[in-house]
Design a protein around this ligand. Sequence first.
Ligand SMILES: [Zn+2]
Length: 600
Amino acid sequence: MSHVLAAVAWPYANGPRHIGHVSGFGVPSDVFARYMRMAGHDVLMVSGTDEHGTPIQVQADAEGLKPRELADRYNRVIVEDLHGLGLSYDLFTRTTTGNHYAVVQELFEGMYRNGYIVPKTTMGAISPSTGRTLPDRYIEGTCPICGYDSARGDQCDNCGNQLDPIDLINPRSKINGEAPEFVETEHFFLDLPALADVLRQWLDTREGWRPNVLRFSKNLLDDLHPRAITRDLEWGVPIPLDGWRERTDKRIYVWFDAVIGYLSASIEWARRTGDPEAWRKWWSTDGEGKDSQAYYFMGKDNIVFHSVIWPALLAGYSGEGDRGGEPGRLGRLNLPTEVVSSEFLTMEGRKFSSSRRVVIYVRDFLQRYDADALRYFIAVAGPENNDTDFTWAEFLRRNNDELVAGWGNLVNRSVSMAAKNFGEIPPIDPAGLTEADEALLAVARAGFATVGDLIARHRQKQAIGEAMKVVAEANKYLSEQAPWKLKDAADKPRMGTILHVALQVVSDANTLLTPFLPHSAQKIHELLGGTGVHAPMPVIEEVADLDAGPAYPVLTGDYTQGTRWESVPLVVGRPLAAPKPVFRKLDPSIVDEELARLES
Ligand SMILES: [Zn+2]
């Protein structure tokens, strides 16, 4: 057993999340965490909403709200959506907590002391008519990279590149249209070149990463520059240095604070369990966290933050770059074991776009369909290694032909035949098992090693494919053995044996599919006469801020009770009830209905 950190990308709290967001990292990280727990590892799965930065401030301004009020709204929406998907976070929190502020400032100070954060004079914008600093969000102009004519001072929403106001072509103030004046101002920079060697050594020792992710990460090291980590904006974590702490016009930049969330959420989780040092088991390079593993899940647009910036912060804080230094009070911290990045999901051949209504939000999806139907689609057809298209026709086909006609049918006919003819788990005939019986049981048992190994290596498409092969073999077995033809009393022992074998394989396949389909796995466990928690589920709790801020909802749970990753022999004589269908067959008309919604 070892300690395994599942660190999941932080959704930005400026709106509800769509299924593209959750298919890249939300569901895959949950599949991984569930499997690792079932296999006996001590898993800590953390994330939260990312709530600082210009876009939230701009949107709050537009709605006449404070940024925190806007973040409150979408933090709650996102927590509820992730809960609906059954994502088993130990803690899903947010970046506006007192705890997060303190951890971000601790990392900033430690890096500053070690010389990896340096002040630098740069050009900042002021309004010529008032002489006051113009925050980044109030400056607009043409993007120097893609030519988009409404790029903001900090970012181009068209090409996604980060900008500085001075880079903009024809910059203008959004307040009064005047051209800003650029004057010297001081900001803090992360000295990435001083950390390039330690990053390269770390990347050179990585094994088993998706090849494109490793290649991309190594290429990033060839062109490292100091990177500004403070901005001219009011909404963010204050800079924890004398002379800066009280300033309201300069804040730590949102991407710097958000990546530190993995650590701050782990610390918050530990504080809430009553053992405030427990987080060290997943993080400390020395002592108890030495053998822990840390897996980071995200979309490919976020690789740079996880394979360059975050490890650079961890190494700089630990005093491991070219300038040396001493670790801060949190000690030396572990670098990621693996950065697990997915590709993008598109929708009916187009990029997801909320403004163009090429979108389906998680909430709307879950109102009309079951969470496991989406989880199944993501597992078999998600953007694991390639950009992948979500189409309603394909969703319908996967649901009806595979989930319902394959897995659902196997469960349904095995359990109903056994319930009708025996009312309980039937015994195996003293005459023993046939070769066909033994062969099927062996296929199911072998699935534990194969499927488990594939999930541990982030090959989830192949993993669920192997689990569904067990299902297909069992359906074939039932068709060949045709227990429904064994109607004579003399044949009943053989009928019982076939159904016993089929139910055992249903039980095994159900365990193999539990990380992917936890909601239905619990129901199937109960159909087989099982009691108690088979697949633990997250809960939403309203909690007080640990450092005197306002209360907020978190996603958390007790995941110690679930089933283990092993074949559990069925208990002969355990009562069976007549089954209810576990999966819903969808009417083909949903395809046109959903397409009409997209177009409207
Ligand atoms: Zn652009």
